[in-house]
Design a protein around this ligand. Sequence first.
Ligand code: ADP
Ligand code: GLC
Length: 486
Amino acid sequence: MQVLSASSELYPLIKTGGLADVTGALPKALASYGVETRNILPAYPGLLDSLTGTRHEADIVLLGEAAQIYSGRYDGLEIILVECPSLFHREGGPYLDPDGYDHPDNWKRFAAFSMAVAHIAEEGLSGWRPDVVHLHDWQAGLAAAYLKGHGSSVPVVLSIHNLAFQGQFSPDIFPYLEVRPGFFSTDALEYYGGVSFLKAGIVFADAITTVSPTYAREILTDELGMGLQGALSTRRDRLKGIVNGIDMDVWDPTKDTYIPANFDAHSIERRAVNRAKIEERFGLMEDPGPIMSVVSRLTWQKGVDMLKPVIPGIVDRGAKLIVYGQGDPSLIHPLSEESWRYPGRVVVHIGYREQDAHLLHAGSDIIVQPSRFEPCGLTQLYALRYGAIPIVARTGGLAETIIDANEAAMAARVATGFQFQPGSVEDLYHAIDRALTGFQQPLFWRRLQTQAMKADFSWTRSAAQYAELFSGLTTQPDMGLQRASG
Ligand code: ADP
Ligand code: GLC
């Protein structure tokens, strides 16, 4: 089985969040089920030079822009790059300019990328042809419209990692997309008078997945459907939730090279070395007070604004807080004010480096994730593996991957963290209070850490579900009939 996986991010080549972690890890897990993946992404600055075995495959024109297709390898992954300097050689990140604003032609950049995906799906590359095309998020969504518009029979799977990002643009761009003119309709790309690339994927994909079964249910509701609940409900028979896993090689506390002390469930005490490193690196007071960390995009989705009101309580209880990440300045500023008020006890660090994220999971006592909604969430899964206890909002993937440390779950030895009601500052503080009380009881805490570290969120089971989905789509539709009549 050959799969063409199309995404705007892929770890370790280019990453702004969990999408990259998933697209980088899933191909390796799928390989053991006989699924070979080629990963196509835009050639952002520097990417082409990082490949090995680079090969020029084709010259094409994408929405009037000259482009080349290259193939090669990176870190064990098969990569296809869409080289189009006029669209992808930009300062800033994949979506934002250096000042944090969307690149104004994002519609064209990702329409062109999607067009390249459709082209390769149909024409193949040097004799290679995909059996299935796997599109991730809105940036690849339009490929479904290009393929189905051309009457292509290659099965298309769309994976939704976050329904909040829909690729919505003005109707004025429609004539320039080079999709079928009839697709500007409410049963195709039209969305409240504009155009939505994600909706193109929802309408035209043969199967739709999202990154946890809970989120698959939530996106059908008015509350979390973000305006697309109608389109999704129409296709609910094609919608499936498959929970994300983690890359067990990249996130492995026993051999992680980013952290000063490696450890496992039998040597949890070695985390103290990592903890001391965090205190030194982030300028925290060196005392036994528990370290609580938020490692996240600092946005409304992540509930970052809910932290300010709980900070005085955290500090009063002798705990310390690190808020680490990048995001919305209007949410970050109020937290920075708290860090000035409580020097050495509250630290706000703007920026992101992979090694810091590893260290924070390896040495923090608690990881806080107060998300308002969370399709899956990976941070809490990394926290589990590294023995940092997650405090999470009971929503989406967080609700189903973390088991609350209530009495029954502790007695059954399955508890792994603390949950609270999403959006409730009061309940967040209650969960923090429960965690800090638990931290004072070394036996309780050690048991919770051991249980967390034993929870299995490797990709094995979820990759099997993707493999089954792919093979179901490639089975000839008339096979069943033949069997029935034979
Ligand atoms: P999301 O994808 O919504 O941000 P996840 O929990 O699925 O949330 O994935 C977060 C991943 O992104 C983790 O690997 C985390 O360490 C990383 N991350 C967090 N903030 C940033 C950032 N500013 N830039 C790049 N990666 C980040
Ligand atoms: C998105 C979601 C996050 C999910 C990630 C990977 O960024 O916000 O919950 O874990 O994609 O699927």
